[in-house]
Design a protein around this ligand. Sequence first.
Ligand code: C2O
Ligand code: CU
Ligand code: CU
Length: 505
Amino acid sequence: MPTRRSLLRGIGASALAVAAPAIIGRHRALAAGGPPPLPHLPRIDATAANAFALTAVAGATEFRPGVPSPTMGFNRPHLGPVVRVRTGSRVSATVGNATGHAISAHWHGLLVPGEVDGGPHQPIAPGATWTPVLPVSQPPATLWYHTHLHGETAAGVHAGLAGVLIVEDGGDAGRGLPATADVDDLVLILQDKRPGGDGRAIYEPGEGDLMHGFLGSAVLVNGIAGAIATVPRGVVRLRLVNASNARNYDLGFDDGRPVVLVATDQGYLTAPIALDRLRLTPGERAELLVDFAGGGNPTLVSDPHAETAGTMPMGGMMHAMTPLPETFTAPFPVLAFAVDPSLPAAIRRMPAALDGDVLDAAAPSITRRFVLNDMGMPTGGGAMGGMGHMGGGGGRPAFSINGQSYDMGRMDAEIAAGTTERWLVSGQMMGHPFHIHGVRFLVESENGGAPRPENRGWKDTVFVEGEASLLVRFDQPAGRQAPFMFHCHILEHEDAGMMGQFTVA
Ligand code: C2O
Ligand code: CU
Ligand code: CU
């Protein structure tokens, strides 16, 4: 397998060979003097054929006109399509790899057996094709997919090996939810990039970046910064996917209109929740309804990185010790909106209720504790290694869980299928978005109290700031050859070892 460095070199080399800018419309918009229109990701409707094909490719993208940056994507030079599948069907996926480097295709949030989960044990070699059959059987939800090779996830996802997977049941019209793709039902992938002196967005993390995760000062939606979305004069659904390596968003509108949360990671709530701000951390998804019936041209903004203002004093301290221009100190724009009354507004009222699965988990059979070690302790070590410095090999900070850095050859837990467990997950100095493969869970409590509104639905990723108690239901099988992962979704932490694996049988 290539190392992270060889992967990066390879991306650079292929970028020179392929000079295909992914974003053509942008130049026209810039020439006309306005902000660029929000690009919609291509869509693959697999709800009838129950089959779809993705090919990972390396390419280049002009985040700044005339300045191509090396990128990767599925079926396109940057990011991948929105794939729609129907629950209750067996879906044949075909994933080719033309990048010249090993990748994988992990279906984040899809509740399928470990052998088709696409984690680190299922690499797709250069030139090879992986053809898993996905038994889709879960409530409707906005999921995503991304490469997931150990030690190389951060570089690969940052380059663009990420797309969106929507599980549908055909019932959204009956729910009174906006469902007209790219008109009143928008998919928004949030990522950030760091433009270098030459304007190119390159992934070259320094030591500080490996400590608290790689941030970029350019916030992109569907691959471009500063875009404007045109929407009808009615209720609009935003399916938000935080595919950033490390950035937390605290999203809301600059004119104060509420965002109405209707779905979390694993699908619909039982009732909408109106919020001023929605926190979305790496790996999480949320579906929001926004009312544009009264018009207006608001901008979706984010409050500054939640870490700096978080409840963990050490988190803010770490940032203060290594100040970065990418750590915003004031609200920053994410996406502007403009109402176009000529677009069809199918939905004019917020739904009063939703039909999400009841938030009820069986009594846990056992309690397990997971401490996310972010204090730089090397595997098995006891001493605090100086604020995350130099714990692991190769001059990279060590991150681990319960003192053990991820090892593909070590099984961290063997879990009985069909059981519910309580997982008590805690961090040390900073908050961590904790994700578990192959399951959905409820957040029982956060720091002993009721969970934040964002965490009151079925989840597969939750930001742990202090301690969170999770009720996790294990229904999908995973054997030793293809176990499920649990990890921090700050991808630099994951790559540095803040990950473990388990079987379900
Ligand atoms: Cu989004 Cu283990 O992955
Ligand atoms: Cu996952
Ligand atoms: Cu982390």
